[in-house]
Design a protein around this ligand. Structure first.
Ligand SMILES: [Zn+2]
Length: 134
């Protein structure tokens, strides 16, 4: 991704998230990183709907799947901020694909194997009880 485009995207996502980390809600002061909600290693999906802004949570989450509470927050954002996300995509010339992004997340969570570690916060994980409706 181009540096200027990426910088602009970070600014727009920060505004959308009221300058708070998507996962822990802490104020985004120093470190701000673009996180692929559904890890890039699982599905290479750069659509804006799959991107959230995070602080050090991004490093902790790494390539794990996010816990249920994060999934619910992400789903809420997908619906509530659909127009905002499209606007950001238009102004930053970014890919937007809400349907595919939702389908990928849905497929992943509904095929969840019980016991899969889902990242909660810091070094804490919850274990999936089985398929989760996304
Ligand atoms: Zn955080």
């Amino acid at each position: 991704m181009g540096h200027r485009r990426a910088k602009r995207l970070v600014g727009e996502l920060s505004d959308l998230q009221h300058h708070e980390c998507f996962y822990c809600g802490d104020r985004l002061t120093g470190r701000r990183e673009v996180d692929h909600f559904l890890a890039w290693s699982r599905w290479p999906n750069d659509a804006i709907e799959n991107l959230v802004l995070a602080d050090r949570c991004n490093g902790h989450k790494s390539n794990h799947l996010a816990a249920t509470e994060h999934l619910l927050r992400w789903r809420t954002r997908l619906a509530a901020a659909a127009t905002d996300l499209r606007t950001i995509a238009a102004t930053t010339d970014w890919l937007t694909d809400p349907d595919r992004t939702h389908a990928l997340v849905h497929t992943t969570y509904t095929h969840m194997v019980a016991g899969t570690p889902l990242w909660l916060r810091g070094t804490e994980f919850e274990l999936a009880s089985g398929p989760t409706l996304a």
